[in-house]
Ligand binder design. Structure first.
Ligand code: ADP
Ligand code: MG
Length: 245
């Protein structure tokens, strides 16, 4: 399969109190077209900094990120970010939020597409609801639908589910997997949650403590991640946790 995203030895330092803080130190990773790669690491290890560089919102000090072979000089129009904090517009209804990024087609076509995606994430009947009327899990669904409705080639997810309770987290994982089976996207998920990564990804990259770089990679040896047997899931989880230290 073709390489979609190529991350070549990126580094990033910040200065804090006059001291240099090396946050990312030589991260290299190739992501294939249609692949779902999870990057796991503990809080504060540099995950969001990595995601900002991969998605083009920050430039690495050295090294390069390429999308389809082109060096990314800014946010790629081929990708969309879903982050922990969320980005639903409170003054727009669910349907209006979903229509926001659509700039082709008639109003009727946009309505239809928005409502189709609302239904896909289980929000049928809530098209005219405002965000303040929705639970945290529903808001996360609006965000996922809003990202997918513009049919991005790449989904960048920075701890998107970490504010949800455990049950909601499981439900939304299932929905996301179902959608990703129907639609092809290249996905990079950054998370501190090993189970989430095992559940969703084709490949898991484990980060070293700061400065972050990839310490070890685990391929999920099942056609579909959720087909990992319970003992195999536990075995891989233990191996990844051991690696995280
Ligand atoms: P994570 O997402 O893994 O929790 P971050 O990438 O947000 O980690 O941050 C890693 C480290 O880099 C933290 O110590 C944080 O304080 C520092 N950091 C992140 N962004 C900046 C910045 N713009 N300026 C200075 N320090 C930063
Ligand atoms: Mg973060």
């Amino acid at each position: 399969m073709d390489t979609k995203i190529s991350i070549d030895n990126i580094r990033k330092s910040f200065s804090r109190n006059g001291q240099r803080l090396d946050v990312v130190d030589g991260l290299t990773l190739e992501v294939r077209d249609g692949e779902f790669v999870a990057i796991v690491g503990p809080s504060g290890c540099g995950k969001s900094t990595i995601m900002k560089m991969i998605s083009g919102f920050e430039q690495p000090d050295t090294g390069a990120v390429r999308v389809d072979g082109q060096v990314a000089k800014g946010p790629s129009p081929k990708g969309i970010v879903i982050s922990q904090s969320g980005s639903v517009f409170p003054w727009l209804t669910v349907r209006e939020n979903l229509m926001f990024g659509l700039n082709q087609g008639t109003a009727a076509e946009k309505h239809r597409l928005a409502d189709h995606y609302a239904e896909m994430v289980g929000l049928k009947g809530f098209e005219h609801a405002y965000p303040r009327e929705l639970s945290g899990g529903m808001l996360k669904r609006v965000e996922i639908a809003r990202a997918l409705v513009v049919k991005p080639e790449i989904l960048y997810m920075d701890e998107p589910f970490s504010a949800l309770d455990a049950l909601m987290n499981l439900r939304i994982r299932d929905e996301l997997l179902r959608i990703l089976q129907e639609e092809r996207h290249t996905v990079i998920l950054i998370t501190h949650d090993v189970e989430e990564a095992l559940y969703l990804a084709d490949r898991i990259m484990v980060l070293s403590p700061r400065p972050a770089k990839i310490q070890r990679s685990f391929a999920i040896d099942a056609a579909h991640p959720r087909k990992l047997s319970e003992p195999r899931f536990q075995e891989m989880k233990d191996a990844i946790l051991a690696e995280l230290g």
